[in-house]
Structure formats: C-alpha cells, structure tokens
Design a protein around this ligand. Structure first.
Ligand code: GLV
Ligand code: MN
Ligand code: MN
Length: 398
C-alpha cells in the first residue's frame, strides 16, 4: 500500500531544476530532467510497473503486457525556461497516484494500462513542442527530427546518443498507434475554474497554435563611430515586428507572443549583425492565425527593407484546432454538471487526438498564471483531480 498523494510526490521533486526565484527549468534530457526521469522510473517500479523507454525518449510505465488496445495516461516532466511546478509533473504524479490506488484496491484491468512521460512537450530544448508524442505518432519524421538542434547547440542525434538512445530507431510506436485512448490531467493554465468555483474541469478543445522563427540579418559595426544614416541594424526591424505582432493580435482578437530574441554578436558597443526572434500565435480559428502571421511577416519585410536588412521566416511547428473525443464519455463518467473548458495551451493529448480518442482533465489554478513561478494548485484540488482521473481510468480499463 502506498500513502502517496499528488502533493507528496510533487514535494519529493520540488528541488529538482528549481531556480532562485522559485521557477523551474527542466529541459529534455538535460541533467535536471534526467533526474526527474530516474525518479519517475523508481516510483513506477516501486508500485510494480514495468518500464520501457522508447526510442523517441518517452518513458512508459506498464501495468500489464505492452500491446494493442492499451489505455494511456500521463503527461510530461520537462518545463519551459522559468516554468511552474505543476505544468506537466502534476499529470505524471496524478497518474502514479491513481494507478497505485487502483492496484491497492485489487482492480484487474481488462486492457494494458501505461503511464507515459512524454519527451520535450514544451519544445523548450529542441524547438518542437510535443516532440516525443509527435515522433511516436509518426507526425514528425526521423529525418526531420535528425535536423533539430537544441538551444544549447547539441544536435538531437547527439543528445539521443548521450542519453543511451539510438537516433536511428526514432519513429512511430506501434503500441501507441494501436492504443485505445490517452487521458492527460493538467493544471489549468487560465482562470476558468477559479472563476467558476470548481476544482476540476473536462477539456473540450485546444485552440490552433504555431511557432515561427524570423531571422534578420544586417551589418555589424561600431556603436560609437557609425553614423545613424549608415547603419543596417537588424534590431530595429525586430522591434517593429514585435509591435506589429501586438497590433495584429489586438486587431484580429487573437494572441501573439514574442518571448525569445537572440541578438548577435551581442555586444553593448556593437551594432548587431543578426537578430532572431520567435513568434507564437494562437487564435480561435486557424484562418485567423494564418492571416495574422501573414500580416506580421509583411510588416517585418517592410521594416527590414527600410533599414537595409533582410528577413527570412520559417514555420517551426503547427497544431490545428483539436476537439477531445473522450469528452462526452468523461462527462457521463464524472457527471453532466462537470465544468467544461477549452484552452489556448498546447498538450500531447492534442497531438495524439487524430491518432486515438483523447481527453483531458484540468485542475483549478487560483492564480490563473502558468509558465511562471506563480502557477499553483491547492493540495485538495490536486486530490480532486487524482480522484477524477482514477474514476475515468477505472471505466476505461473495464
Ligand atoms: C505549452 O504549454 C504551450 O502551450 O506552448
Ligand atoms: Mn506548458
Ligand atoms: Mn504541459
């Protein structure tokens, strides 16, 4: 018998990858995330689950023999830079508690069940959100994966090899492709449940979203001696593009974010020779995202021309609008009055939704904040989430 709760398990990992301001930086296959992986393997082994790490860097903890028709649950252990304690790990620890309780209760599933910790869900290391689930579902090819380079400069194949994984074996996972369903519990990343006064919601949909990279080039030069009229400073079109992104979002009623900019070579007294910015754009409808990104790209080209610079855009990732097929079933299981919410956040459950029926549960986040240290959930709400997850899993494995 275990006496685990979601809060007690989160407390065990609270110091791993924690920054001075209380936020977390846990990047896929970097030492902090590897420590979390080892911790997950130890916990799952402790309750009698069998571990399989696939060649897409996802860890599977099996109750029963891996095979077709499996019920999958879980989430991710990695974080964004400076993320919160709950985004990802809450889903993993909730799955561990729910499965431990089911096993203690003597339940015998009629289907294999696995808790999956998916690799680089945030895309914070390799730039591709939901990397592990995209690879396992065959939505990102081995050839495309091999081209990915981590922010720290390590190529994906090298990072794989360093972790004891064979990058040549990256590819669709038969067990995932023949699974019965996937259910992911997640901290809510907005204030929906706080406003409704409920601890747990069923997810309805994930809004369409994508990431783009804009590489501006200009001419490096001396900050003190180069006349303003002689400059080709790529930071200026970047600044104008950031403002264009905000204006387009306000005009079209969607959200755009520039959360990352690199300036090269990065000297206080050096006019930059190049600057790269990343744009995240999300909306209710994919056509809105397409239009907004086109407008921003046009504005960036006009700004680049004005400053004698060049700009090249690349789409890094895209996730279309996703509805969760398991929603209706979960509503029956948990009660028709359970709140239902859509979200602008991305999830592995959305990536997998065209591969198998998927569903999500959200746990109230009183601050509504996420991807920052203010993200929170009370111990009692986390337990309510575990209870809901367990109730759903018990039905799904029948
Ligand atoms: C992940 O949480 C995302 O929405 O980008
Ligand atoms: Mn996240
Ligand atoms: Mn997440």
């Amino acid at each position: 018998m275990t006496s685990w709760t979601a809060a007690s398990l989160l407390a065990e990992i609270a110091e791993i990858g924690r920054n001075g301001d209380g936020s977390y930086s846990r990047f896929c296959l970097r030492p902090e995330e590897v420590t979390l992986r080892e911790w997950f393997v130890a916990k799952a082994t402790q309750i009698g689950l069998t571990i399989v790490t696939d060649m897409n860097a996802n860890i599977w903890a099996w109750w029963g023999t891996p095979g077709p028709d499996a019920v999958l649950t879980g989430s991710h252990l990695d974080s964004v830079p400076g993320g919160g304690a709950y985004d990802g790990p809450l889903g993993v620890v909730s799955s561990l508690v729910a499965v431990a309780t089911m096993r203690d209760a003597g339940i015998t599933p009629s289907k294999p069940l696995a808790i999956v910790a998916m690799a680089d869900e945030e895309g914070a290391r390799f730039g591709m959100p939901c990397l592990g689930s995209r690879l396992a579902a065959g939505k990102l090819s081995k050839a495309e994966a091999h081209k990915l380079v981590a922010r720290d400069g390590q190529s994906l194949p090298d990072a794989w090899r360093a972790a004891g994984l064979d990058p040549d074996l990256i590819g669709p996972n038969d067990v995932l492709l023949t699974a019965s369903c996937f259910i992911e519990l997640h901290v809510e990343q907005g204030r929906g449940l706080a406003d409704l006064g409920h601890p747990v919601a069923i997810a309805t949909a994930v809004r369409p979203h994508g990431r783009w990279r804009a590489e501006f080039t200009g001419q490096g030069n001396h900050a003190g001696t180069t006349l303003i009229c002689d400059r080709h400073d790529p930071v200026l079109p970047v600044a104008q593009t950031v403002l264009a992104a905000r204006e387009a979002a306000e005009r079209e009623g969607c959200v755009t974010t520039v959360g990352r900019i690199n300036v090269e070579p990065g000297g206080t007294n050096v006019i930059a020779s190049a600057a790269t910015m990343w744009l995240d754009c999300r909306a209710e409808a994919s056509q809105t995202v397409t239009k907004v990104v086109k407008d921003i790209q046009q504005a960036s080209k006009t700004a680049a021309d004005k400053h004698g610079c060049q700009v090249v855009w690349t789409r890094e990732s895209w996730t279309d609008r996703t509805s969760f097929e398991l929603r209706a079933r979960m509503l029956k299981i948990l009660g028709e009055n359970t709140p239902q919410l859509s979200t602008g956040a991305g999830h592995d459950a959305a990536t997998l939704a065209t591969t198998m029926p998927t569903g999500m549960l959200f746990v109230r986040n009183p601050t509504g904040a996420s991807h920052c240290p203010a993200e929170s959930a009370s111990d009692a709400d986390c337990e309510a989430g575990v209870e809901a997850l367990q109730t759903v899993l018990e039905e799904l494995v029948k």
